[in-house]
Ligand binder design. Structure first.
Ligand code: SAM
Length: 173
């Protein structure tokens, strides 16, 4: 993630969903990004405030639902979403969230997603996506939601498939 962020232009507006404890905030601030965050849990945002100290004051965080974002179309240059769409929500919810993510970012997204463990079969809407998609299916899913893969960085490769941080560019609407 640090390497992908370092490649981005300085001064972007970024929204991190779900924000969690704001793991990447130091990297964002090093790039002079304007940082927003959303998480469903107010407790998590309190934990972020404790973990980040003064850096939290540079972030605009709200409680909300990733499937129904309280942001305008194209409000941000970039959206970051890690440890979420692959594992935490169902595939049906993940697709709704991807549509919302594509709506609110005008240029880039960095998404943590799994692939290359397709032996369980393509997910039903009430399955968790995990690594069930092949790399080509993942590419197609992102394309359907208006994202083109620019770069993929492997985070983990084990018995459950591969997990990557995927830098995407928005395609023309
Ligand atoms: C595993 S944590 C990941 C946090 C952060 N992205 C990271 O990588 O450290 C999952 C987070 O998803 C949040 N969450 C769960 N459902 C959500 C939803 N529908 N909308 C927004 N956040 C949600 C939880 O509160 C939790 O903070």
């Amino acid at each position: 993630m640090a390497e992908l962020l370092a490649e981005m232009p300085d001064g972007l507006s970024v929204v991190d969903i779900p924000f969690g404890t704001g793991r990447f905030v130091a990297d964002y601030l090093a790039k002079d990004f304007k940082v927003s965050g959303l998480d469903a849990s107010d407790h998590m945002l309190v934990a972020a405030k404790d973990a980040l100290g003064d850096d939290y004051e540079h972030c605009t965080c709200v409680v909300g639902d990733a499937a129904d974002l309280p942001y305008a179309d194209g409000q941000f240059d970039m959206l970051v979403s890690t440890r979420f769409l692959r594992d935490i929500v169902t595939f049906g919810a993940a697709k709704k969230m991807l549509a919302e993510f594509a709506r609110v970012t005008r240029k880039y997204a960095i998404l943590q997603l799994g692939h290359s463990f397709p032996k369980l079969g393509y997910p039903e809407d009430d399955d968790v996506m995990a690594g069930r998609l092949t790399k080509d299916q993942l590419k197609a899913l992102l394309a359907e939601h208006g994202f083109r893969i620019k770069e993929m960085r492997l985070v983990k490769d084990d018995a459950e498939g591969q997990i990557s941080h995927i830098l995407c560019e928005k395609t023309a609407a």
